[in-house]
Design a protein around this ligand. Structure first.
Ligand SMILES: O=C(O)CCC(=O)C(=O)O
Length: 293
């Protein structure tokens, strides 16, 4: 197995639950990903509501915020772009980022799902505090998300905000009064906001994030876009205990090593999430999609 991270980087990941690495994909890979996204942003101008081609569970693949218009597109989510783009498939299945995650939780590594979250200038998209594991619980928590920066990501264009060390703490409820809101309770979020740090970097950097790490992000306050290509991977012996929020034909695909005949369990208790019926989790968190008249 190739060792792409130093021992100091591996230790920092397990200590903090987060690690940023520069030049995680090749310049060619990055420019092909950005060309694909630019095409989808252009395509979104012709639509007034979330549109296809549908995902395997028949939801729209492309989601825009309520502020979307032909002149000022607010495309905010592409669900499982690796289903529809060879360039996104290649990076999901075989980039340096995959070796990095295999080094952390491998050698046997499975793909779960992927998405693009984009905050275009003028878009109002923000992300309320949550832990990914509460959306995608597994029999063990060797579940890591790679957030690849498609643009230079700075504090003013809506960078990811994280609270280091929270991956070692409790799994917080994403329910309020029995309703799945996909966000932590207000008082917990207030505490997280007081302790958070920004995750910034040059285009082509990757943020490797443990799926129990508490995180969120603010709206883009700049005139520059902020795109993230987000791929979720698990150890081969981590078995989902809830349906995927974003089913796709590659779910469970072995991207490094071999399949596991066993499921590894750790002691944990987690509320079972509800699957979104809308195009993305932004609506679950209370931010409406663009709607056709
Ligand atoms: O796009 C962002 O800023 C955050 C992404 C995120 O929280 C997620 O996809 O779980």
């Amino acid at each position: 197995m190739s060792q792409v991270l130093s021992q100091a980087q591996v230790d920092a990941f397990w200590r903090n639950g987060v690690l940023t690495v520069e030049s995680a994909v090749t310049p060619e890979q990055l420019s092909r990903l950005n060309a694909g996204l630019a095409g989808w942003v252009e395509e979104s101008r012709a639509h007034t509501a979330p549109f296809g081609p549908p995902t395997v569970d028949d939801r729209p693949r492309f989601d825009m915020g309520a502020e979307h218009s032909a002149d000022h597109p607010a495309l905010r989510r592409v669900n499982n772009p690796s289903d529809i783009s060879a360039d996104y498939f290649e990076v999901m299945s075989n980039a340096r980022t995959v070796d990095m995650i295999a080094q952390l939780i491998g050698p046997n590594l499975k793909f779960h799902h992927c998405k693009i979250n984009v905050k275009l200038p003028g878009a109002r998209t923000e992300v309320a505090y949550h832990q990914d594991f509460a959306y995608t619980p597994h029999t063990n928590d060797d579940v890591v998300t790679a957030l690849l920066m498609l643009d230079d990501v700075t504090e003013d264009n809506g960078c990811l905000m994280v609270v280091p060390g929270t991956h070692k703490g409790p799994i917080y409820s994403l329910f309020r009064d029995g309703v799945f809101t996909g966000r932590m309770a207000d008082e917990i979020e207030t505490d997280m906001l007081a302790r958070q740090i920004p995750v910034t970097g040059k285009a082509g950097s990757v943020c490797l994030m443990h799926s129990r790490l508490a995180h969120g992000s603010a709206a883009n306050a700049s005139q520059r876009p902020r795109g993230l290509y987000i791929c979720v991977y698990t150890a081969a012996d981590a078995v989902p205990i809830a349906r995927s929020p974003m089913p796709n034909p590659n779910e469970g695909r072995i991207v490094r090593g071999v399949a596991s005949p066993t499921a590894r369990m750790i002691p944990l208790e987690v509320e079972l999430p509800k699957q979104p019926k809308s195009a993305s989790f932004f609506t679950v968190q209370g931010q409406a999609s663009a709607a056709a008249e």
